[in-house]
Design a protein around this ligand. Structure first.
Ligand SMILES: [Zn+2]
Length: 489
């Protein structure tokens, strides 16, 4: 028989068994199975191939080639990192200097164009915040991107997204190569698929990349408002596989953002942000009104596209759930970071999936403690969501966090890193739950499953948080094909 036998793999911590794979499917699990080709797993652990349910892969690939300012503890420190980078690795003539990853929520000084001007001069300089919802420009960049005179040089939400999109100055072929590298790296961490929410015509982009040979990941291509008319006209429905892509490309959800983010203090909340009381946008920003949201959800869901609503603040989540209830359609809420207790059971009742990125809680715990003071027991509430019957899917939101599912799983299970005390450990979920939430509900590999598999060196059920975070991945397979393999035949 043709196919492949993975010998001596442990499933769910049990005794070693053989997995017979044929035609992309695990056809049999047992002892002493044989076929033409076999690989000895030597007692390693086999879990389902993992999904990263929320990424921006082009932004992630670009970030690997931009100046990393994530370590900056102040605006002046971030400016100094940019100035040093301009000396060591200046941008190509005519291109702006771009930094990524700043988190200004707890900085003692304010990021302003003036702070940047002092060290970057006439070199157009743009910094993109870690949460992607804010751009910080110097005066030369404000001119260059047509913003003109601006009081601070800090642009938020749609104004920031416009800048980020016009920064795609890398030739398509170069960017595709960088994305292919990032996809291979993700596969080496056990990822078999991603939901790509890049702000782009993702179906066209990924059709091109797959035709050019990219085959490390399955892609569910998110659709934004700009491309939804074309998608509906083409009859695309969420979940549909695009022909001629080796089964790798599927139509993803339709994505709409209705609020901002915690770090940018634009997540739309019931309560005001401490320190912003009485000011404009003191509750954050609702960027789409309920009256505007309902007809959009109705239209796309009638057309067979699953709506995915970005909502971070608790009032934005309430509004998103209200809209799903009014329309009567299923869908997803992306992030669902802060929730009212009363909204927890509504996810299951309405068939709305909570798509959460647990590592963001590790990055933002101090910011949350400050700006969501007194409310953090309701933040990243994975345990409460599961206990309320919700379907939860996990992801990284790369480049916000690395597209590494073991980092995501570790954050969900132990809610800490770097030796800190766990942050709201009562909201921890188990390794089984975290893997299932990263594998579309599967935890235990069974006969009849797609042979999307991840082979790891440690038992995830007994691994500590730091062992989970650094889990060595021996092999990853999509439909029985290795996308990463460190095993010898
Ligand atoms: Zn995102």
């Amino acid at each position: 028989m043709t196919g492949l036998v993975l010998r001596n793999g442990r499933i769910d911590g049990g005794d070693p068994v053989d997995l017979l794979i044929d035609d992309g499917v695990v056809v049999q699990i047992g002892i002493g199975l044989t076929c033409d080709r076999s690989i000895d797993l030597e007692g390693r652990h086999v879990v389902p191939g993992l999904w990263d349910d929320h990424v921006h892969l082009s932004q992630h690939a670009l970030a690997q080639h931009r100046v990393d300012v994530s370590a900056a503890g102040s605006a002046s420190e971030a400016a100094a990192i940019m100035a040093a980078a301009a000396m060591v690795r200046p941008p190509e003539p005519g291109l702006p200097l771009v930094g990524v990853g700043f988190r200004d929520g707890l900085w003692p000084d304010s990021p302003t164009a003036t702070v940047l001007n002092a060290v970057t001069g006439v070199l157009p300089t743009v910094l993109i915040s870690a949460d992607l919802h804010c751009c910080w420009l110097n005066t030369a960049a404000l001119d260059r991107f047509g913003v003109g005179a601006h009081p601070t040089g800090i642009l938020r939400e749609d104004d920031a997204f416009r800048i980020t999109e016009s920064l795609r100055d890398v030739p398509e072929s170069v960017l595709d190569g960088w994305v292919a590298d990032a996809a291979r790296t993700a596969a080496s961490r056990g990822v078999v698929g991603v939901v790509d929410f890049e702000m782009a015509d993702n179906l066209a982009v990924w059709s091109r990349r797959i035709a050019a040979g990219s085959n490390s990941l399955r892609i569910a291509a998110g659709i934004y408002t700009e491309h939804v008319d074309a998608a509906i006209a083409a009859g695309h429905r969420t979940g549909q596989i695009i022909p001629g892509t080796q089964g790798l490309l599927a139509v993803g959800p339709f994505k709409i953002l209705i609020d901002g983010s915690l770090n940018t203090r634009t997540a739309f909340c019931v309560d005001e942000y401490p320190g912003l009381e009485g000011q404009h946008h003191s509750h954050g920003m609702l960027t789409v009104s309920p009256d505007a949201l309902v007809p959009v959800l109705r239209r796309v869901s009638d057309a067979g596209l699953l709506p995915a609503v970005h909502a971070i603040g608790d009032d934005a989540n309430r509004i998103a759930l209200d809209a799903f209830e009014t329309v009567g359609c299923r869908g997803r809420i992306e992030h669902a970071q802060l929730l009212r207790d009363a909204d927890l059971p509504r996810f299951a009742a309405l068939g709305v999936v909570a798509s959460v990125q647990p590592e963001q809680a590790m990055d933002d715990r101090d910011v949350a403690d400050r700006y969501w003071a007194g409310r953090t027991s309701r933040a990243f509430a994975l345990r409460s969501l599961l206990d309320a019957g919700a379907t939860v899917v996990l992801g990284s939101d790369a480049p916000v966090a690395p597209p590494d599912p073991w980092i995501t799983i570790a954050a969900a299970v132990v809610r800490t890193r770097d030796g800190l005390e766990a942050w709201h450990p009562e909201q921890s979920i188990t390794a089984v739950e975290a893997i299932a939430a990263s594998a579309h509900g599967r935890y235990r590999v069974a006969a009849g499953d797609f042979a999307d598999l991840c082979v790891v060196e440690r038992d995830p059920l007994t691994a500590t948080g730091s062992e989970l975070r650094a889990m060595p991945v021996a092999a990853t397979l999509i439909a029985g094909r290795f996308t990463h393999n460190s095993l010898t035949a």
